[in-house]
Design a protein around this ligand. Structure first.
Ligand code: ATP
Length: 277
């Protein structure tokens, strides 16, 4: 379980996180969405001991990040935004070195299991620096799985990957959930949050403006959207709370208007636009 309570973090005059609170139950994938500079990475850094919050508390599986850092290190795995592999070493050697550094028990068995978990066993002798971006990401995931963490933090895991490779990565992340792990991820891809996450939070300028299941977020914004062209010919979207409201609006907007179900992107755009205007 991840329990974040009233977390605030400032960098000089910038308030990166302002009184952020939420709870994520065990075994879920939670995704944090937000524009650049919203505070997503700062939250991951606080939870993974890379930076200290100014106030508030963060507990992972009941342990406090400030008071029990050694115990926290034993239960978390972190995949940062940047690919920090040893580019000169092979896939296997990368895992061996990391496993030894982290005193992973039964290391050879664990390496084999982790490699098979992300389907990279066939490439074990390839030099990491020569791998494609997608394979490097898979190696990073194998590395994090070596120590069998209870909670895994993924900072923008699929950034820069093509749609097919992204799907493979999603399946690996779903496998982490099936294995009972809790996954906390940040992403800019709303489709990724919709496809993977049991719970989605939206951060904006350090404020958590909403958090809940994708279904709950869609329902609270309004279940239907009318797409129509305005008088300048620009495509517009308007969220409606009822089918009757949507039908009436579509009728007013003319024959080119159409009605569809609300998606997470509509919710994201509506909430962030509301708060920024
Ligand atoms: P992105 O999507 O671009 O990665 P983010 O949502 O992860 O952004 P953060 O990296 O957490 O956002 O940054 C939140 C705010 O804190 C930004 O205004 C950023 O410039 C600022 N910030 C982050 N790290 C530092 C730092 N070490 N020193 C000063 N300011 C920082």
């Amino acid at each position: 379980m991840i329990e974040v309570e009233a977390v605030t973090k400032r960098y000089g005059s910038i308030c990166a996180l302002d009184n952020v609170s939420f709870t994520v139950p065990d075994g879920q994938i939670v995704g944090l969405l937000g524009p650049n500079g919203a505070g997503k990475t700062t939250l991951v850094k606080i939870a993974t001991l890379l930076t200290r919050m100014d106030s508030g508390s963060c507990r992972l599986n009941g342990m406090d990040v400030l008071r029990q850092p050694d115990a926290i290190r034993k239960i978390i795995g972190v995949v940062p935004q940047t690919t920090n592999l040893d580019r000169e070493l092979t896939v296997y050697e990368n895992l061996l070195v990391y496993g030894k550094l982290h005193k992973v028990r039964k290391l050879k068995e664990q390496i084999e299991r982790a490699m098979q978990g992300v389907d990279i066993w066939e490439r074990r002798d390839a030099v990491a620096g020569n791998l494609s971006g997608g394979l490097q990401r898979r190696l990073l995931l194998a590395r994090v799985l070596l120590s069998e963490p209870e909670i895994i933090f993924l900072d923008e895991p699929s950034i820069g990957l093509d749609p097919q490779i992204r799907q493979q990565l999603w399946n690996i992340i779903r496998g982490m959930r099936r294995a009972g792990r809790t996954v906390f991820m940040t992403t800019h891809y709303i489709q990724e949050a919709e496809a993977l996450c049991d719970c989605v939070g939206i951060l904006l300028k350090g404020h958590l403006i909403t958090i809940g299941t994708p279904e709950a977020l869609r329902a609270s914004a309004g279940g239907q959207v009318v797409d129509y062209f305005d008088s300048a010919g620009a495509l517009q979207h308007q969220i409606c709370h009822t089918r009757a409201e949507a039908s009436e609006l579509a009728h007013q907007r003319g024959p080119a208007a159409s009605i569809r179900d609300t998606n997470l992107e509509d919710v994201f755009l509506a909430l962030t636009h509301e708060r920024m205007s």
